[in-house]
Design a protein around this ligand. Structure first.
Ligand code: PMP
Ligand code: GLN
Length: 381
């Protein structure tokens, strides 16, 4: 995370996107779609802009979006929320930052499952907290119950869960989630769950931790519109928690962004209310994309881990004779014109088992994925 000067350095995603721009390579590094989301959602934002929704809105978020989040939780998961249980944020990123800053004090310990989305480590560092990674390992990347328990201490203040998981594409089993809840109870820790890929689960249905009753009192659930509606640049996210927690986290949010994204909030509300057909179509389309890229990577000689959810595939380059995927990631644009992210950027250097693996995004047009597959095949020659 830190550069040579000891300060936070540009993220791996910014670095790899800059590399793609500089070399003209296909960017399968940073996770953002290259195709627009549903027309009805885009039109709703235009409509909001044209009809005066352009000033600061309410601190908790627009009533329309809050209501849509409440409806969405009931419709998809049978979860009953009240209006006071929701806070709209500038993406899941601000939701995470406001939550961590609200609860973490210097020296507090935060459990994360490794590899992990880089923002968890960065915000923990900003809060002066100590990151305690619990390794997830191939082939299934489920948390090991004993290792989780052993990683905790009386200083454990928070457990960050991310299922569906970036970068492995794993989905934690219900048993894993119940174990996490028991460990959190034992340590009286808060569970923060980042479920931004909730609608990108390919062979099963997403089960939020919030459906486990015992989790409720200690839970802060986070989601966002970016992935579900292919609008990553809009940065509309939301937090679901008890009104007390919403007040505590909202107090921090006031001083991060105050409010955000006025015209995009009603548009996301429209998205959350789209018929089931839309949500089924996303799953079908992303399943196809995952399979195109997985086939291409396997043909190119990578060992590919199955992704059950999300935007990404992990591809181990060891069968190609590669030891260090960071080095391969830097050379990949000139070798074959493709950019991927070295998995070690999302883990500690001690994770030698991840060293030869790259993360590739498949949230791209079928044409681009087909092109990337063809280019990657060049690695064999
Ligand atoms: N959490 C995870 C696991 C992510 O992959 C991302 C990035 N897309 C985010 C949070 C950030 O989401 P947002 O763009 O809504 O801030
Ligand atoms: N979540 C996206 C990814 O994992 C990128 C978001 C970012 O650039 N911070 O690629």
């Amino acid at each position: 995370l830190l550069g040579a000067d000891g300060r936070l350095a540009p993220t791996i995603f910014a670095e790899m996107t800059a590399l793609a721009a500089a070399t003209g390579a296909l960017n399968l590094g940073q996770g953002f779609p290259d195709e627009d989301g549903p027309r009805a959602v885009l039109d709703a934002a235009k409509h909001a802009i044209d009809h005066g929704c352009n000033q600061y809105g309410p601190g908790r978020g627009s009533q329309e979006l809050i209501d849509a989040v409440v409806e969405h939780q009931r419709r998809f998961y049978g979860i009953g929320l009240g209006r006071g249980d929701v806070l709209v944020t500038a993406g899941a990123t601000e939701a995470l930052a406001a939550t961590m800053l609200a609860y973490l004090s210097p020296g507090d310990e935060v459990i994360v499952f490794e590899p992990y989305y880089d923002a968890y480590a960065a915000v923990a560092a900003l809060a002066g907290a100590v990151l305690v990674p619990v390794p997830l390992a191939a082939p299934d990347f489920q948390p090991d119950p004993d290792r989780l328990l052993r990683a905790t201490s009386p200083r454990t203040r928070m457990i960050v869960v991310n299922s569906p998981h970036n970068p492995t594409g794993t989905v934690f089993t219900e048993e894993s989630m119940r174990h996490i809840v028991r460990v959190a109870e034992r340590r009286d820790a808060i569970i923060v769950t980042d479920e931004v890929y909730e609608h990108l689960v390919y062979d099963e249905r997403h089960v939020p931790i919030a459906t486990i009753d015992a989790a409720r009192d200690r839970l802060v659930s986070i989601s966002s519109a970016g992935k579900t509606f292919s609008v990553t640049g809009w940065k509309i996210g939301w937090i679901m928690a008890s009104p007390e927690r919403i007040a505590q986290i909202g107090a921090v949010k006031q001083y991060l962004t105050f409010v955000n994204g006025a015209p995009f909030q009603p548009a996301v509300a429209a998205g959350l209310r789209l018929p089931d057909e839309h949500f089924d179509t996303i799953v079908q389309s992303f399943t196809r994309k995952r399979d195109i890229l997985a086939r291409g990577l396997r043909k190119a000689g990578f060992q590919v881990h199955d992704a059950r959810a999300g935007y990404f595939l992990l591809a181990d380059a060891a069968p190609l004779g590669v030891e260090d995927a960071t080095d391969l990631a830097r050379r990949l644009p000139e070798l074959v014109g493709v950019v991927g992210v070295p998995l070690s950027a999302l883990a500690r250097p001690s994770r030698r088992d991840l060293r030869s693996t790259l993360r590739f995004a498949f949230c791209k047009s079928d044409d681009m994925l087909g092109d990337a597959a063809g280019r990657l095949a060049g690695l064999r020659s």
